[in-house]
Design a binder for this molecule. Sequence first.
Ligand SMILES: [Zn+2]
Length: 285
Amino acid sequence: MKQYNKSAALFFSFLLVFMLFSGKTVHADWFDPLTIHFLDVGQADCILVQAPNGQTMLIDGGDENDADKIITYLKKVGITQLDIVIATHPHHDHIGSLDDVIRAFPVSVLYMPNLPYDTKYYHDLFRVINEKQIPVDRAKAGVRFRMGFSVKVEMLAPKGSYYKHINDYSAVIMIKHAKKKFLLMADAGAEEEKEILSRGGVKADVIKIGHHGANTGTTLDFLKKVKAKTAVISVGRNNPYQFPSREVMYRLNNRKMTIYRTDQLGAIIATSNGKKVMFKTSPIH
Ligand SMILES: [Zn+2]
């Protein structure tokens, strides 16, 4: 009996040490921060994601004259390579400088929707993709991957193969870090929002508002389902389109959302520990 107690005690101490050890490892991964930078690229989009395990993802690459600004910013925050690059859709304010950015860093894979587009920006981008032999995958609903143990990335759209508006081909990306979710809408409009709602699972804590706050999307229906408390808008100072639209601002304010705008604050940096998201801004434009 005594012998049995001794072995049991030994077994449970080993178990305890093992649990503490593995618990600690898991803890470190779950609660190391995820950082999402919404760069200030004027009337354009450029988002950098730094996962807790050191992996990096760049979503869009600003407009045509933003290359220096983006490359300087990425170097400043210690980026030496881009594991994943996503060109959400081929409009110039999303891929305008992406060719120069991917020339400046090693890139493991690039995702884009299936939408050949006959513009200088598109051809410039493909020139660098071909030069550097970067693998290209299709951005579409259902694409999922992890960035380390604690960050899950899922594309919620595009699901279809034809849309009336180019913006509705946008790769819409959900990033989950433990309990916190970020929904990045690129330039998605009402049609794409409807499609996303039809598949469910859109609840998020932070939403990067679609199409720079244009009234082409961010419908009340969509906001009600997403239930985000915080909105980020990537938009240019005194832009000619008068984005963000009054209607979208009204909807966000009406839902008492906290709004961060790149035209007012410069770069917006969200840091998640899996339980809480903190925001800070950087005046570096
Ligand atoms: Zn845009």
